[in-house]
Design a protein around this ligand. Structure first.
Ligand code: SF4
Length: 164
């Protein structure tokens, strides 16, 4: 399945716990002031690759702990990302997704987004807020963003924060 991406980073230690493979998807409509990845906004930019290509690249590195799906806005490409996340989850790795949507907004369209959420371990939610920017937040850019335990939050039907 085709997916539009901005870039791939083979081994990151700043996009979640452990050693991570990071996919920066292309396309975002949130327009957060002070965004660090403005080149990822154009929904017609970046490049189109196959999900199999990303999976092949991921499995080349036996040291990885999991994958991080960032952007851009991952929930604009829920279906191809769910293909990637499912395969990686089934093989025992973990999945982190960064989104500019809040958890509450995603829950308004739960049926649409569940196909990716069901394979997501941790969701970093909410737009980047320049006024709440901090370097002291673990794996987050601004204080409004939350690290959410997706399985527990879906099970309990409320936001349960992830304890790193
Ligand atoms: S959601 Fe992320 S990529 Fe999109 S504008 Fe906000 S910070 Fe930038």
């Amino acid at each position: 399945m085709k997916i539009r991406i901005a870039d791939i980073v083979d081994d990151s230690i700043v996009d979640g716990p452990g050693l991570r493979f990071v996919v920066f998807v292309q396309g975002c409509t949130h327009n957060c002031k002070g965004c660090h990845n403005p080149d990822t906004h154009d929904i017609n930019g970046g490049k189109i690759v196959d999900t199999d290509y990303i999976l092949e690249k991921f499995y080349e590195n036996p040291l990885l702990d999991g994958i991080t799906l960032s952007g851009g806005e991952p929930f604009l490409q829920t279906t191809p990302l769910s293909v990637i996340a499912r395969d990686i989850k089934e093989k025992g790795f973990n999945v982190i997704v960064y989104t500019g949507f809040t958890w509450e907004k995603l829950m308004e369209y739960k049926e649409k987004y569940y196909e990716l959420l069901k394979y997501t371990d941790i969701l970093i939610d909410g737009p980047f807020d320049e006024n709440l920017k901090s370097y002291d937040l673990m794996f987050r850019g601004s204080g409004n963003q939350r690290a959410i335990d997706v399985f527990k939050s879906l099970s309990e039907n409320k936001v349960v924060l992830y304890d790193f």
